[in-house]
Design a protein around this ligand. Structure first.
Ligand SMILES: [Zn+2]
Length: 1042
């Protein structure tokens, strides 16, 4: 959802709310959220981004969601939202682990003027008015429309033990320590360790029990011959047995938890480790010799070299890492950073004036996903990071965490590699060979038995809804896909319909037909016979099918125009509370009755203005209910099918804060708008059948010294930085902003790890972990060189949505422009050695002005058009919730000429030849009337056919005799027995296959109404209200050279 999360208390008109609240004016502390207890302050810099100090020099703060659970985005007060989830120890709990003895964390390192930790009570994010933010710190602070990326200009040099790659002089640190931490129960189970790897369906295969491990080939000198699982159990330690070197050592005392780790040293060290460790220490040493890619160093004058758009899809930059590390790195489609070279200090980051952040697509459908089943999930004792390819093995028995630098023991079980069946090579385990991996979580990762898949559908059946005819489509889709709903024998399903009253349907097994129950008291909604309303899908399938067949006819004669959406949602929430699950709500108008009723507030004559438009919710009802839902593991997906203003800014909150999705079909009508009908059907098919994760939480960790401070996406932030996701779906993207809190000068590599703990539709608790590793650099040139312009644009778009809501649309637009001006000015003044006229940009940023211009013309941020308010809000929702790849396609579509496709340069997949036409600049200059052009805008494909298009294309591809015979509405190409048809269809199919949803193809004639949409995407051209690309470059140049 877009940014309904306005600073609720209205404390600041132009101020930007740091999402987790507490961002405040100069001199006050900034934190990412609630401060729950004093313990946290001692852990504060364990790379979790819990808090950071805000030095006084920056009056401007980043736009973001606010945190107040009632009025703001999330819980700034910490204790307000107690839910079972806050106790999950999945990807979490790092905060509460024992301090690391070797480098005690001292928050006071920060030289900020403020106390180390703000008091919880001081954190009302809206309490402190803030001036309009600067996107960039430093020089441009005075510009009211700039943004600031970061909070710290001064970093502290914090020498840390971590930089020492060897054990020398720090034996305490390096010795194995059995510190009993709170969740050591994790590994009490000795029984099984099995591993699966790289199965196509992501399911695991091999089971190895403990005996098998023991029987594996041992390489180590001493063999663990005397395992004593019983002992391990009885003392409650994490590891099933002691490592070989310590067989005869008394187990660590159970009082260990209270002692500093160093007091638990073992008398003897581990045996020498002779294998080559695969880890950062080893590999980074060879990095220094790497030379930078010459192309990347090129300086470009954009005013001279006007076409910088590559003719093939733009690839993300490859981090400048040794190939041995890079080959293990996370796929950028899943996890990428705006800067692939991390500046070593905040000062350097500030100088570059580029935003630092991560873009994630954590639950993306994957063809190959290694899945590990093991009773021992190896994680850092201190910060709870999952072992990953970028840890270093000091020897066979010890690994050093790449996030907090704690030295951890290798559990005995981990010594055995079930893939190779070799003992003694922990660094070859799948966990250390795959940056993306999934664990089957043991019961310690559950607070309750995994929930069953529960699907509740809530249908608007008012007169208006019935008029649109949507119920037919939806019920038919459901009937078609009923058996494909992700689930198992426990799957439950239910239905609610509503107009001015609420209708429930008893689907109890044994009934001869569904039974409708009407509740007309919408003031105090109650649930009649709750046990029969959500029923087991298998047991009641016939009744469900009956209902779906009759539902569309049941209300055809209705005259009821009122809509009691709010009460219906309350009823649905009550019904789902005991289990959690997914609520799918279909709404066709502004709700008019009961709680949550809304009033029209769109003023059409103000649509084109950048000011005074209602981007903020008019009530907090939907947000509050969403937070209730989130607490009960219910996510709400909203399908809005409406021809009139329906206040999506308010309604959308129900999805945004419950981690749901919003779908919008303006002017949906079963007869008048067949394109929308087709779109709904295709999207429903994906929606109903795609993977789903229930009762999920996600945490993102980063190397000590870096700090995450703002989150973007649909979720609720629980306990500081734990994202609560009642549902997670494979089409959702997330973004976070970061700052450099402590100098990274002693560090060559930093890592980021996201961990998503969820319940699968099969009832398994699983953890999906992605780890990204990036180099640290010390010069501005290197920072620019590693800039990922797509990721930067994506993050800026997210920030601009927040800015639009907290300040104004025009403020957001200015900030976008200033982002370009500031970074290119910084480049010109600090990194460019040879001052010359023109608009000089580093190669890596050659598309930055273009993408920002495209954002300015994107539906979310455009001005001067008659875009409906709900459409704009929906576009903003999309910015916040889409993975980067689709956001970029929506913003800057790919344009191809397709009337002359040839096999030249074609690729071959499964015996199919797929033409690869070059990508063209988005300008009408590139179009010609005698051609046909395909525009790929992510969720839609538009094929514009010129008036004088060659007869060949018309007949051989479109199957029509002449131009006039192209149907007004054509959304499919006929499969003709011609090479032209085969090529075109192959190309379009190939584009479609690369995304999980089905983009509809619109064939557009010159006089089609859709032509305006097509031309609107020509971002390089001038419009009445927007600059052309060249004019924009001139403007930038003027500002940069000031
Ligand atoms: Zn750690």
């Amino acid at each position: 959802m877009s940014q309904p999360g306005i600073p609720a208390s209205g404390g600041s008109s132009t101020g930007l709310q740091a999402q987790n609240g507490a961002a405040s004016a100069s001199g006050s502390p900034y934190t990412n959220g609630p401060v729950q207890n004093a313990l946290m302050s001692s852990q504060v810099s364990v790379s979790q981004g819990y808090n950071s100090q805000l030095p006084g020099s920056y009056p401007h703060l980043i736009p973001a969601k606010t945190l107040n659970p009632v009025s703001g985005q999330s819980n700034s007060g910490g204790s307000q939202t107690v839910s079972p989830l806050s106790n999950y120890q999945g990807p979490g709990q790092a905060l509460y682990g024992p301090p690391v003895a070797s480098h005690p964390v001292t928050p006071s390192l920060h030289s900020g003027p403020s106390p180390q930790m703000p008091l919880p009570t001081s954190q009302n994010p809206a309490a402190t008015p803030m001036p309009s933010g600067s996107f960039l710190p430093g020089a441009s602070v005075s510009s009211p429309s700039n943004w600031q990326y970061n909070y710290l200009s001064q970093t502290n040099h914090c020498p840390r033990a971590s930089s020492q790659p060897t054990m020398t002089g720090n034996t305490n640190l390096m010795s194995p320590q059995y510190v009993s931490s709170g969740d050591s129960s994790l590994q009490n189970n000795i029984i099984k360790s099995g591993i699966i790897s790289n199965t196509n369906n992501g399911s695991m295969v091999v089971h190895n029990n403990y005996d098998e491990i023991e029987g594996g080939g041992f390489l180590a000198t001493s063999q663990p011959t005397t395992k004593n699982p019983t002992m391990s159990r009885s003392v409650g330690y994490s590891y099933p047995s002691l490592p070989p070197g310590y067989q005869n050592t008394a187990p660590p005392s159970t009082t260990g938890a209270g002692l500093p780790p160093s007091s638990l040293n073992y008398p003897s060290g581990p045996q020498a480790f002779t294998q080559t460790p695969l880890g950062a220490n080893h590999l980074t040493s060879s990095m220094s010799g790497l030379s930078l890619h010459p192309e990347g160093l090129r300086v470009i004058n954009l005013l001279q070299e006007r076409n910088m758009l590559p003719s093939t899809p733009l690839q993300p930059p490859v981090p400048n890492l040794h190939e041995d590390i890079q080959k293990l790195n996370c796929n950028p489609e899943l996890f990428r950073c705006t800067l692939t070279s991390i500046p070593q200090t905040q000062a350097l980051l500030n100088k570059a004036k580029l935003p630092l952040g991560l873009l994630l697509h954590p639950f993306k459908d994957l063809v190959q996903l290694p899945v590990v089943t093991s009773s021992t999930i190896v994680r850092c004792r201190s910060c709870r990071t999952y072992i990953n390819p970028f840890v270093s093995f000091l020897d066979q028995r010890r690994w050093k965490c790449n996030l907090c630098y704690r030295v951890n023991d290798v559990p005995e079980e981990f010594m055995y590699n079930p893939l190779t069946r070799v003992y003694g090579e922990p660094h070859r385990r799948p966990e250390v060979q795959n940056a993306t991996i999934e664990f089957m979580a043991p019961s310690e990762y559950m607070l309750r038995p995994p929930q069953p898949p529960v699907y509740l559908f809530v249908f608007d059946v008012s007169h208006n809804a019935i008029e649109t005819g949507y119920l037919n489509s939806v019920c038919q889709s459901l009937l078609d896909n009923l058996d494909l709903l992700p689930g198992n024998t426990r799957t439950k399903i239910g239905f609610i319909t509503f107009d001015s009253t609420i209708h429930f349907y008893s689907l109890q097994e044994g009934l001869s037909q569904p039974q409708m129950l009407i509740v007309s008291d919408i003031e105090d909604v109650f649930i009649p016979m709750p046990e029969n309303l959500l029923v087991n899908l298998n047991e009641s399938k016939e009744l469900v099918q009956d209902l779906l067949k009759t539902l569309p006819q049941m209300f055809t004669k209705t005259l009821e125009t009122q809509s009691a959406l709010g009460p219906a949602l309350q009823a649905a929430f009550k019904l789902m509370s005991p289990t959690g699950g997914r609520m799918s709500v279909f709404q066709t108008q502004l709700p008019t009755l009961g709680v949550g009723a809304l009033k029209p507030r769109e003023e059409p004559n103000q649509r084109s203005s950048a000011k005074e438009i209602h981007l903020t919710p008019s009530t907090d009802f939907y947000k509050k209910l969403a937070l209730d839902c989130s607490g009960q593991q219910v996510a709400v997906d909203l399908f809005l099918l409406s021809g009139q203003y329906s206040d999506l800014a308010s309604l959308g909150c129900i999805s945004r804060y419950s981690a749901g999705s919003v779908y919008y079909y303006p002017s949906y009508h079963h007869q008048h708008n067949p394109i929308q009908v087709q779109k709904l059907e295709k999207e429903l098919q994906r929606y109903l059948t795609r993977k789903i994760g229930f009762e999920a939480v996600m945490r993102i960790r980063c190397t000590k010294g870096l700090s995450i401070h703002t989150f973007h996406g649909n979720f609720f932030v629980r306990s500081t930085d734990l994202l609560s996701l009642p549902n997670v779906n494979p089409d959702a993207g997330y973004a976070v902003q970061m700052s450099v809190e402590e100098s990274l000068t002693d560090t060559q590599l930093v890592s980021f790890q996201s961990a998503l703990l969820y319940t699968s539709s099969k009832g398994e608790r699983r953890i999906r972990v992605h780890t990204l590793c990036l180099p640290v650099v010390s010069t501005l040139n290197e920072v620019f060189l590693g800039a990922d312009v797509q990721a930067i644009s994506g993050l800026l778009a997210n920030m601009a949505v927040d800015r639009s809501v907290t300040a104004s649309l025009s403020d957001a637009r200015d900030a976008l422009v200033n982002a370009v001006i500031d970074s290119l000015s910084a480049y010109r003044s600090s990194a460019l050695s040879n001052q010359q006229p023109g608009l000089m940009v580093p190669f890596s940023l050659r598309l930055f002005p273009l993408f920002v211009l495209a954002l300015l013309k994107q539906k979310s941020f455009q001005t001067g058009t008659n875009a409906r308010l709900d459409e704009r809000i929906f576009a903003m929702c999309q910015v916040k919730n889409q993975p980067l790849v689709y956001l970029m396609l929506t913003t800057h579509p790919s344009l191809y000429r397709v009337d002359n496709l040839s096999d030249e340069g074609a690729i071959s997949i499964n015996d199919r030849t797929i033409p690869q036409p070059p990508i063209l600049q988005l300008s009408v200059e590139k179009l010609s009337r005698d051609g046909a052009f395909l525009m790929d805008a992510g969720s839609v494909l538009m094929l514009w056919v010129g008036r004088n298009c060659g007869q060949n294309f018309l007949s051989q591809v479109l199957g029509v005799e002449n131009y006039a015979l192209i149907p007004q509405t054509m959304t499919d190409l006929p499969e003709l027995d011609t090479p032209e048809s085969a090529r075109t269809i192959a190309f379009i199919s190939w584009l479609r296959e690369q995304r999980p949803f089905y983009p509809i193809l619109y064939v557009i004639r010159d006089e089609s109404p859709m032509k305006a949409n097509f031309l609107q995407n020509m971002v390089e051209d001038r419009t009445e209200s927007a600059l052309s690309y060249y004019e924009f470059l001139l403007h930038i140049q003027q500002q940069v050279n000031k």
